[in-house]
Design a protein around this ligand. Structure first.
Ligand SMILES: *[C@@H]1O[C@H](CO)[C@@H](O)[C@H](O)[C@H]1NC(C)=O
Ligand SMILES: CC(=O)N[C@H]1CO[C@H](CO)[C@@H](O)[C@@H]1O
Length: 303
C-alpha cells in the first residue's frame, strides 16, 4: 500500500469513527439476522420472535409473576430479536434497572453487528419520554443505534430493509405503548408510538385457541397499514373471583409454544392482516417449545 492510500485510510478511519461510523468502512451486510434471505426483506415484512415481559425472568417455578425462565442474554441467544417489557414504577428507572437491562442488550448488539433488534415497552406510569425514557437509552449507549423514521407514523410497507438498517447502523427500533405521541413530556424522535404502527390482538389471553381480533390500535393509519403483534402467551386464572389473578401458564408452555399452536394463531389473524404473517410473535418461556423454528417458518426460511 503506498503512503497516500495509507494516509487516506487513516483519515477515513478517524473521520468515520468520529462520526460513529466505522460502519462506513465495514463490508455491506450479506447475512442479516442470521440469514441472507432476510437482507432484502423489509422490516415491516419480517416476523420477529418476541419475549414477553423479558424483565420478569426467574428459574424458580414458584415465582408466579415470572413470564420467562431464562435471563435476557439467553433470551437473545435463543433468537428473540424483540424484547417486550413493562417498566412499572419509577424505581425501575431510579434503581438503574432499566438502564442495566438496556446495557445488557447493548452488549449483545455490539457483539452481533448484523442484527436488527426491537424494543416494545409499556409505559404504565406515564413516565416522561424526554425526561425519563430517553436518558435511560442515552446512558446505555443505545440512542446512536436507534432508527429515526423519516416520517411518523410509518406504514407497514414503508420500512427499510434489514440490510439498510444494519448498514447504516440504525438497527434498533423502539416502540412505546403510551406517551410517545408527545403526551408525556414531549416527543423523542426515536421513541415511536406503538399502536399507531403496530396493532395487537387481545392481551393476557386465557383461551388456548387464541381467537384473533384487533384489540389495541390507533389512527391515523388504517389497520392494514399497521404491522401486527400476536399475544401468544397463555395465562391461567388462579383465583377465579372478581377480576381474578392471572399467571403465565408454565405447565402448558410446550403446547402453547408449539409450531401448530403458533401457526394456528397466526392464521387466525391473517384475515385481519391481508393474509400476512404477524410481525411479532410474543411468547412466555421462549426457551420452551418451538418459537424460533416457527418464526423461521413464518419468514419463509427453510427450517
Ligand atoms: C411478507 O410478505 C410475504 C409475501 O407477500 C407474506 O407471505 C408474508 O406473510 C409477509 N410477512 C409479514 C410479516 O408481513
Ligand atoms: C427474524 C430474526 O430476527 N431472525 C433471527 C435473527 O438472527 C438470529 C441469529 O443470528 C436468530 O436467532 C433470529 O431468530
Amino acid at each position: 500500500m503506498n503512503l497516500s492510500i495509507q494516509l487516506l485510510c487513516a483519515f477515513l478511519l478517524s473521520w468515520s469513527s468520529l462520526a460513529n461510523g466505522l460502519y462506513l468502512l465495514r463490508k455491506r451486510a450479506t447475512v442479516c439476522n442470521g440469514s441472507s434471505a432476510l437482507c432484502d426483506r423489509k422490516y415491516g415484512n419480517t416476523t420477529f420472535l418476541t419475549a414477553h415481559n423479558s424483565f420478569a425472568f426467574s428459574s424458580n417455578p414458584l415465582a408466579l409473576a415470572r413470564t420467562q425462565a431464562v435471563d435476557i442474554p439467553t433470551q437473545m441467544n435463543i433468537g428473540a430479536r424483540t424484547l417486550q417489557g413493562q417498566a412499572h414504577m419509577r424505581a425501575l428507572f431510579d434503581g438503574g434497572l432499566v438502564e442495566d437491562y438496556l446495557k445488557k442488550v447493548k452488549t449483545f448488539l455490539d457483539a452481533n453487528p448484523y442484527e436488527v433488534f426491537t424494543f416494545i415497552f409499556t409505559n404504565p406510569d406515564r413516565q416522561s419520554i424526554p425526561g425519563v425514557w430517553k436518558p435511560a437509552f442515552d446512558a446505555a449507549g443505545i440512542t446512536p443505534l436507534a432508527y429515526v423514521p423519516p416520517s411518523r407514523p410509518m406504514k407497514r410497507n414503508d420500512w427499510p430493509t434489514l440490510r439498510e438498517l444494519i448498514d447504516t447502523n440504525k438497527r434498533v427500533i423502539v416502540f412505546l405503548d403510551a406517551g410517545a405521541d408527545g403526551s408525556d413530556g414531549g416527543v423523542v424522535d426515536f421513541i415511536l408510538p406503538q399502536f399507531q404502527m403496530v396493532w395487537e390482538d387481545p392481551f393476557s389471553p386465557t383461551d388456548a385457541n387464541f381467537p384473533c381480533s384487533i384489540q389495541r390500535t390507533s389512527g391515523p393509519l388504517s389497520n392494514d397499514d399497521h404491522m401486527h403483534l400476536i399475544n401468544h402467551n397463555l395465562n391461567r386464572n388462579i383465583i377465579p373471583i372478581g377480576d381474578g389473578v392471572l399467571v403465565s401458564d408454565f405447565v402448558n408452555a410446550p403446547k402453547t409454544n408449539s409450531v401448530d399452536s403458533i401457526l394456528a394463531h397466526a392464521n387466525g389473524c391473517a384475515p385481519l392482516s391481508q393474509g400476512r404473517a404477524p410481525n411479532f410473535v410474543l411468547l412466555d418461556y421462549i426457551d420452551i417449545g418451538q418459537g424460533k423454528k416457527t418464526v423461521d417458518m413464518l419468514n419463509g426460511l427453510s427450517v
